[in-house]
Design a binder for this molecule. Structure first.
Ligand SMILES: NC(=O)c1ccc[n+]([C@@H]2O[C@H](COP(=O)([O-])OP(=O)(O)OC[C@H]3O[C@@H](n4cnc5c(N)ncnc54)[C@H](OP(=O)(O)O)[C@@H]3O)[C@@H](O)[C@H]2O)c1
Length: 414
């Protein structure tokens, strides 16, 4: 079978240039959109020329010229978009709606991969307001894709190494700390750091969705929650972590946000996770065992992305990148660096409250980065759910890819 022709939109960007490289490496005829607007940006021009030298074809086009996008799309089978989506760099996720329109009109595309490459936005309905825009915008793009019935694959790439590994996930630098490192919570992220709302939602998850839809009555729900909570083997650790949480009054405090999520369940959704309304939802067993983060080499993200293109198993599904050896707690990440440098860093543990307080006064664009760290390390948003029918795990699907381990990534910073 001949390899699909791939058009990369956003090809000169941080992840985009790796997608171009992986596409060429895997033998796909590779096209890269060359936007007229780049004008005198000599770096972009040189990058595009280097792609051409490596065998890619440059296709002129502009987001301000619909026909040019349609013409570009018509030349290929697959479109991968890596549009900017990092607040402190640039954030233009919704521009992709123009690309969706072009793909719809062209009518020939057999797979579209929109710019996601991070936390699964469908699970972030509950996210902190700061930085939530990214998830909301990515969901708007998803809706446009699905409404237009465009065949697609979503990539949930978890933590890019450049943002989360080299700096040991510190928020003030992209380079490793010299002497002191802030550790989020106890750095181990076992069950007792669960937020109470997440925990409540976890219990909901175990209830049948049909039952959930029936329980809109708050009093009845609180009663059920108390019964479930009291029979839960994790209660002890939760109470140890949050001694103020006793009795139904305290529980009720967490039922309201969860109920709010419930009210947005549509009758057609058979699972609360898919409604987006509950945000973080998860089974109790996995919640208690979960670890914090999943770290990815950006080239591996690109390799896995390209692997999905001609793979029918990934049609209209989400690829979650969770290679086993790169799932680490914050302590484990720091330990790897200490081992490599043979130096012990001073550890300063930050409670969730102190972490959130430290965001105040920080530049608004940088606050989105704080929010990501909070969601990953305090809420455990990367690993607090099982991959369901709508997804596949990358390293299981493509065991032939030898992914970069975290200690290998860290070696670059020595
Ligand atoms: N998981 C993680 O840790 C992580 C970290 C960072 C980013 N991400 C995600 O990865 C995706 C890509 O982010 P990135 O950092 O690679 O992006 P980026 O380098 O900031 O930008 C990517 C490309 O977006 C295009 N672009 C930007 N502004 C544009 C405009 N006004 N009009 C048209 N095109 C424009 C440019 O394409 P041209 O090449 O055509 O100029 C640019 O090269 C985003 O969805 C982001 O959320 C994830």
């Amino acid at each position: 079978m001949s390899k699909s022709k791939i058009l990369v939109v956003g090809g000169t960007g941080y992840i985009g240039k790796r997608i171009v490289k992986a596409s060429l490496a895997q033998g796909h005829p590779t096209y890269v959109l060359m936007r007229r607007e780049i004008g005198f940006d000599i770096e972009k021009i040189q990058t595009l020329l280097s792609f051409k030298e490596q065998g890619a074809r440059l296709v002129e086009g502009s987001f301000f010229d619909h026909q040019s996008l349609v013409d570009a799309v018509k030349q290929v089978d697959v479109v991968i978009c890596t549009m900017a989506g990092v607040q402190f760099r640039s954030h233009n996720i919704l521009l992709q709606l123009k690309l969706v329109d072009a793909i719809k009109e062209a009518g020939n595309i057999k797979r579209f991969v929109p710019s996601e490459f991070g936390i699964d936005p469908s699970r972030m309905g509950h996210a902190l307001e700061i930085g939530k825009e990214t998830f909301g915008d990515k969901m708007i793009v998803r809706k446009a894709i699905e409404d237009a019935e465009i065949p697609h694959t979503y990539i949930s790439a978890n933590c890019f190494g450049g943002y989360f590994v080299g700096n040991l996930s510190q928020v003030d630098s992209l380079m490793p700390p010299r002497d002191r490192v802030y550790i989020y919570g106890d750095g181990n992220r076992k069950g007792n750091y669960l937020s109470e709302v997440n925990r409540t939602q976890g219990i909901f998850y175990e209830m049948k969705p049909t039952v959930l839809r029936m329980i809109r009555n708050r009093t009845l729900l609180v009663t059920i929650m108390v019964m479930l909570w009291q029979s839960d083997p994790l209660t002890e650790s939760l109470e140890a972590a949050t001694p103020h949480l006793h009795g139904s009054d305290a529980l009720a405090k967490f039922v309201d946000p969860a109920l709010k999520g419930l009210s947005s369940l549509s009758p057609s959704s058979d699972h609360p996770c898919r409604s987006g309304g509950l945000g973080l939802t998860c089974g109790r067993t996995e919640m208690s065992n979960r670890t914090a983060a999943v770290f990815m080499d950006e080239d591996d993200v690109a390799t896995y992305t390209i692997k999905t293109i001609d793979d029918p198993r990934m049609l209209n599904k989400t690829l979650y990148l969770r290679p086993q050896e790169n799932i680490l707690t914050h302590n484990q990440l720091v330990e790897k660096w200490e081992k490599l440098t043979d130096k012990t860093l001073e550890k300063v543990h930050l409670s969730a409250q102190d972490f959130l307080a430290s965001m105040k006064g920080v530049d608004i664009a940088l606050q989105a980065g704080f929010a990501r760290v909070y969601q990953i390390y305090y809420e455990g948003c990367l690993m607090n759910f099982e991959i369901g029918e709508g997804g596949e795990e990358a390293s299981k699907l493509y065991p032939e890819v030898r992914y970069t381990r975290v200690h290998e990534y860290l070696q670059r910073y020595l």
